[in-house]
Structures are given as C-alpha cells and as structure tokens.
Design a protein around this ligand. Sequence first.
Ligand SMILES: Cc1cc2nc3c(=O)[nH]c(=O)nc-3n(C[C@H](O)[C@H](O)[C@H](O)COP(=O)(O)OP(=O)(O)OC[C@H]3O[C@@H](n4cnc5c(N)ncnc54)[C@H](O)[C@@H]3O)c2cc1C
Ligand code: SF4
Length: 493
Amino acid sequence: MTRRWLFADQLGPHFAVGHDGVLLVESRRALARRPFHRQKLHLVLSALRHRAAELGDSAVLLRTDTYTEAVRELGEPVRVYEPTSYAAERLVRRLHADGVVEDIDPTPGFSLPREEFAAWAGDRRRVRMEDFYRFQRLRLDLLVEGERPVGGRWSFDDENREPPPRGAERLDVPPPYQPREDDIDAEVREDLDRWTREGHLSPVGDDGPRVFAVTRREALAALDRFVTKRLGAFGPHEDAMLRGDWAMAHSLLSVPLNLGLLDPVEVVDRAAQAYRDGDAPLASVEGFVRQVIGWREYVWHLYWHFGPTYRRRNALAARRPLPGWFDRLETDQVDAACLQDALTGVRERGWVHHIPRLMVLGNWAAQRGYHPDALTEWFQTRFVDGYDWVMPANVVGMSQHADGGAMATKPYVSGGAYIDRMSDYCGGCRYDPRKRLGDDACPFTAGYWAYLDRNAARLEGNHRMARPLQQRHRLADLEAVVAQERRRAATPP
Ligand SMILES: Cc1cc2nc3c(=O)[nH]c(=O)nc-3n(C[C@H](O)[C@H](O)[C@H](O)COP(=O)(O)OP(=O)(O)OC[C@H]3O[C@@H](n4cnc5c(N)ncnc54)[C@H](O)[C@@H]3O)c2cc1C
Ligand code: SF4
C-alpha cells in the first residue's frame, strides 16, 4: 500500500489515485519564491483545494513550508509521477534515494513517454516540429487514413492565418466557458489577501473573477463549449487580434491542460470527432490538433532534450534588463496600442493569446534586446499558464532566437505591417505602422530595422534572413532609425 503524492499540475483522473490515497501539498515557499501573477496563485491553490475536496477522506492536504517537510510529516513512503521541472525532478530523485519516494512513474500528462521521444529524436541532426507532429498523428491514429493525412495534407496553416474580419470589433462566435466561483475560491482569495498583507507574498497583476477551469468538471465543460461552439472559427482566426475581443476563438484550455485536468489525447480526440461528425471544418480541427499534440508536446520534450542549461542561452548577446514599467505591467504611459493592450491583458487576467505573446510582447522584447533569461522568468511568472517546462522552447527558442536557431529556423521579429494586417490596433494608435522615422514612427517598424542592424553579423549565416539583411542596405535613413531607437529605448513607447 503506497500513497500517491500528486503535484499541483497532476490533478486529473489520468493521474491515477489508486486505492491508497493521495498526498497533496501547498508549499508556502513554492508560492512565495517568485512574484507570480495574483490570478496564477489563485488558480493553483483553487485547483489543489478543489481536488482535495473531491477526493475527501482519501486525500491528505498538507500546508507546509517545503515539499520535503510535507512528505516527512506524512511519515509514510509515497509514489510519484515524473514531475515537470528539473528542480522538482532533482527533489524527487533525492527523496527516492532517501527511501521516502518509493517509485517514480512515467507521467501520463503527455501522450508520448520521454524515452520514446528520445528514441524518435535518436541521432537526427536536427529535430523538427513538423516531423514530430506527423509522427504523433500517425502514432495516435489521428486524422489519418493508413499512412496518409485525411484531406490529403498534413497542414492547413495556409488557410488558418487570416486577418480579422474587416470592420469587426469582435469575432462572431459564442463566448468561452466561464466558470462560477464557489466557497473554495472565496477562501483562496481571503488567504491570498492576508498573506500579501502580511508580507509573505508579493504577487503582480490584478485580482479578478476566475476565468479558467480548475476542476475536472469545469475543464470538461470548457472543452465541450470550445469544441461545440468555437472550434469552427479557431483555424481561420488563430493568428488574428482584435482589441475588443481578448479570447477570439482560442480554447482557453492551457490552464486546465497544464494543471493536468485534461488528458491531451482526449482533447484532440474530441476535436477529431467533431470533424468526423461534420461539426467543424478540417482546417480548424487540424490547426487545433497541431497545437495540442504537436506544439505542446514538442515544447515539453524539447525541455528535456535541450537540457537544463538551454534556458540560459543568449546567442544574440541581448543584455538589456526589463524596464520597470514592462516588468510591473504598468501601461499608463504606453501609447503603442498593440503593446498597451497586450500588457493590459497580462495585468488583468495573466493571459493573452499566442500572437500577442509572440508577435507583440516577444517581438518587442527581441527588438529591444531584453535579456532572454529575465524575459523567460517574466513570462513564467506573469502568465497563468506559465510553467518551467513550457518556457525555454517558447521564449528562449521561438520568441527570442537566443538558442542560435536550434528551435526555430528564423527569428519571429516583424515590423508594424504584420501587426497592422493581423489586427485592428494601428488605426487607433498614435504611431503609424508605415513610418520608421519621426515622432509618429511605429516602434515595431523602426525596432525591426534596428534589430536587424544590431544582429546582422550574428544572423549572417541564416539563409532565411539573407533577404531582410540585404534589404536594410537599401534604407537611406538606417543610421538615423538606429539612433532614434537607441534614444527611444529608455522610455515607454
Ligand atoms: C512567448 C510565448 C510564451 C508562451 N507561454 C506559454 C505558457 O506559459 N504556457 C503555455 O501553456 N503556453 C505558452 N505559450 C504557447 C501558447 O501561446 C499558449 O499555450 C496559448 O496561447 C494558450 O491559450 P489557449 O489555451 O487558448 O490556446 P489555443 O490557441 O486554443 O491552443 C490550444 C492548446 O495548444 C497548446 N499550445 C499551443 N501552442 C503551444 C506552445 N507553443 N507551447 C505549449 N503549448 C502550446 C496549449 O496547451 C493550448 O491550450 C507561449 C507561447 C509563446 C510564443
Ligand atoms: S502603429 Fe505600431 S505601435 Fe501602433 S498599434 Fe500599430 S504596430 Fe503597434
């Protein structure tokens, strides 16, 4: 008989509880270690306490300073599932060596076991998400007929990148699932208020009504609402942004997925079933499946594949510290409409969708040369779905190109023209996306050229950057643009 110790991101039924009961731990030190978003703290505590309440007598919920204290206080050996960070892995290995942790089982939180990814990666010179995704589709028998993709194509990306509908302030889709708070949430709110008042915590961001699912029941309701009401619009508008529509047609499932409340395979099976039933178009379903068993799992495996030092890579030698206004999510002095809205979204709910993360916040940081390690920490603590495993590939690799191209073949930087095409921000902005010089020069457009100029030597060998690097020589005002951006770097845009 061995009790199962479940971490706060292992809360769904696929993290089997068995007959021997469960240990859940609220570690005060883990909550206080970093300046997390207030709503992230709320979600994690609420999820843990709801799970403990559901399990009733079979769960022991311990509130201790550290995890080690909790397992020692329990006084009996426990089994664990592989945790999701290097630090937690070191801890359970140490406790395993001490005999406190009896067994470490492979995690059911991702569809592909770590050793199978290692076998797949084998001695490939370079791992590629597209190859991994096809491998996953075939392995999971998802949207395939034998060895061939349903619809004759593996990717519908080219149909899934439409700008927002012209003139629309919002997408014409039903709103996302909205959970209802209960007594447990009220208690969590009270505790967080008190701990903050007493100086035990220094959270950032606003408190607000809970937006994301924290129980299995809520997670299933959120999945159901997304698949039945919103999935059809997901694909075409995946990359679009509207200032009046923070959620667009996104699933808002990253929080329940990362809390371990949903099995990723059940999520994509639901989407594939919607296609088979004729309830959602293939392009949208493929786009969504790609995110969940493609990107999400790929990012998870890269965390281990690239190793613990990957997070500190800085191939473009970016060293600027994050300015206070950015760090603290203060937007009152920010005029740039896109950046203002993205930072406000982070402050108000700890979440903005993929494109504001990548093409507004990440793009902004890359152009200004923010230190990638500090930025990784910022994303991890400011976002409600931020976890150690999800940051390095997304931030260091994809968004900052600080790994020298191990993850993405080219940096995700762009000028204001991209944001103008994919959003309704620029019309109401004091800057002009077509201008790179002058008072109303768009900081993204000017920042793009300054970025290329600063990193030209480091990006020279990258054939996908050859054209933009070449194009900069045609700008008669490049020097003035670079000087202007150096001057403007000190103040909010
Ligand atoms: C700079 C940057 C930081 C990010 N930080 C996080 C993070 O802290 N936590 C997080 O879960 N995702 C992160 N992502 C990935 C992605 O932006 C979010 O998963 C997504 O916006 C969450 O909203 P959603 O659930 O509505 O996703 P949808 O757009 O509906 O996508 C469906 C699901 O696919 C998964 N997914 C898609 N892309 C990725 C990806 N690149 N990495 C991991 N999962 C992915 C998520 O689980 C998501 O719920 C980040 C991306 C970038 C570029
Ligand atoms: S003009 Fe530039 S700063 Fe303003 S919203 Fe457009 S891209 Fe953003």
